[in-house]
Design a protein around this ligand. Sequence first.
Ligand code: SD4
Length: 335
Amino acid sequence: MGNRRQFLQASMLATAGAILPQGVAAPKTSGARVVSTWDFGVGANAAAWPVLARGGSALDAVEAGARWAEADLCNATVGRCGNPDRDGVLTLDASIMDGDGRCGAVAALEDIAHPVSVARAVMEKTPHVMLVGQGAQQFAVAQGFEKTPLLTEQARRAWREWLKTSRYEPQINAERQARPGDKTNHDTLGILARDAQGRLAGACTTSGMAWKLHGRVGDSPIVGAGLYVDNEVGAATASGVGEEMIRNAASFLVVELMRQGRSPMEACREAIDRVVRKRPEASKRMQVCFLAMNKDGEAGAFALHKGFVYAMHDASPGPHDRLHDAASVYRTEQT
Ligand code: SD4
């Protein structure tokens, strides 16, 4: 057999995840994949992929993707450009988890640019899972994170505008002017990765619902609500009105449904059905979205309302900026 044919056979086997002939190394990217919520997921995936492509861990990849969203992108729902709470204070929530059940989270963190990395430090350097508020900030500073005012002039202006009515309407996602998922409007970043060793990890980062009560914590930093990962089964993350994810332990639910044999898409759909069953009337007016990936790297998503998209990046030849539309219960656009 010629060298070229041997090589082609080896790479086909590697792609299929089969055992390679002795002496043939699997490509570093074999089976690696990353998926992220919303259209800015394309950028997050692009930041995460080089980690996976050089054979790095899923955990490092999701942290890199989340950091990109926290820093490099100015949007009203994640990181340094997020909208504040009703008192004009920007508070950030984030979590990170690997498939062995190691996890860390921060909630209501102020003036630290990379909550996801603080969450990772909580996971790796403390006996705890979650730190909140002042304590989280104190810990971050002790770990060498810089304390810096984050609220932008644009966010301050939006808050002043909001003060004129002071109405909190999570049911229509009042922080948004445009429909979810379009270019002018982004949401929480949830990112899930599988590395070439088959290990899974996920991260979730957000400034939460704009104009929330000071001290409100959403689903994103709560393991099992906004994020859950289990190497035996798969991973799930969420975006939308976080109270619904907490009420339903929703990301955990999605993973457990996959454990029972559902595909990622079916699991997300059943979790959305659960949200609707609990609060049928409210479900007509709020957005809830799930994104899941099973241990083989198959991804799926489902939302309450039309407009949820996710991005995927793997070793297949591009383009990787094509967005995948999630199916939804209601076909209405949110306004
Ligand atoms: C939260 N799930 O804090 C987050 C925010 C979000 O649409 O996704 N907003 O509830």
